[in-house]
Design a protein around this ligand. Structure first.
Ligand SMILES: [Zn+2]
Length: 304
């Protein structure tokens, strides 16, 4: 920690539930940013919700009810290992109007990757409700699985996407250079790609957009301590490449008011992400709701 220099901008968040919209982002001479928060009156899609997480086991129906009240009309349930991908696929099969699933092995669990795991994932991907390959990618921030294993698993998932012709749901943290070079090896032979929970620099964003990737924005953008740079980044994402997600139960939006009693994030908090994105772009909240929903429908081949 170092004392904040006077030259650095100060971030001040102002919250309102009024339907009227303040100018997108106001910046005065000393760099005070003002956010406006309005609920979404258009249906939106959470493209990354870890709804198989144990924290949802006791009140799953309530969580889904709250999501409905917040106008979240579809959720893509992230599969993070083989067993978890099975659970995600089961939930999606039981209620395909509301849920779809991904199938993959998160870089944290890359050590679990094996030929048998690949066979199991391929089987899951035969299901229509399993819409994407992932979560896969690289995470050199936490390094929970050895990097070589992460790279091996990532490459194998790219091959699975080639075989199945399904889009890729990718995770990258503190691993941009390696991630980019592995992705480039396969970019020509795979279809749609989303770099979910994008938190990296403008230069990294530029690299992904040059590879025609979609970009998933989470509540990280609502974090005035570590996500402020995303407000600048998000304005350079083409409207037809922008997706929004909660990554629930992780990444509770820090601008959420009233302050939640729990740290567990839920899909019903997606409008806070939508609003933060809208504060940094020329479109209205409603326009962004429509565009990100269209993008999610196209990306995951959802029925509308
Ligand atoms: Zn992730």
């Amino acid at each position: 920690m170092s004392p904040q220099s006077i030259a650095e901008p100060l971030y001040v968040l102002i919250y309102t539930h009024e339907a009227t919209r303040l100018p997108a982002r106001q910046s005065n001479s000393i760099g005070i940013y003002v956010f406006s928060i309005t609920p979404s009156d258009k249906a939106i899609i959470d493209i990354g919700a870890n709804l198989t997480h144990e924290s949802f086991a006791n009140d799953f129906e309530d969580v889904i009810h709250r999501a409905g009240q917040a106008n979240i009309n579809h959720m893509i349930i992230t599969g993070s290992d083989v067993e978890d991908s099975h659970k995600a696929a089961t939930l999606a099969t039981e209620n395909s109007d509301l849920f779809s699933a991904t199938a993959g092995i998160h870089p944290h669990y890359a050590e679990q990757y094996s030929d048998d795991a690949a066979t199991a994932l391929l089987k899951l991907l035969e299901l229509d409700v399993v819409k994407a390959v992932g979560e896969t990618g690289l995470d050199f921030f936490r390094d929970i699985s050895p990097r070589e294993k992460q790279i091996k698993s990532f490459r194998a998932h790219l091959e699975i996407a080639e075989k199945t012709n399904k889009p890729l749901f990718l995770h990258q943290r503190e691993s941009h250079d390696t991630f980019l070079s592995v992705l480039k090896e396969h970019r020509q032979s795979v279809g749609r790609v989303v770099v979910h929970c994008f938190t990296d620099t403008a230069a990294a964003l530029h690299d992904y957009l040059a590879l025609d990737c979609y970009i998933g924005i989470t509540g990280w953008i609502c974090d005035e301590r570590r996500g402020a740079h995303l407000l600048d980044c998000v304005s350079s994402i083409p409207l037809d490449r922008l997706l929004i997600e909660t990554d629930a139960p992780y990444l509770m939006p820090r601008n959420l008011r009233p302050k939640p009693k729990t740290r567990r994030n839920e899909p019903c908090n997606l409008p806070w992400v939508l609003n933060a994105v809208a504060s940094a772009r020329p479109e209205t909240v409603a326009e962004l709701a429509t565009a990100t929903t269209d993008n999610a429908v196209r990306f995951f081949s959802l029925q509308k």
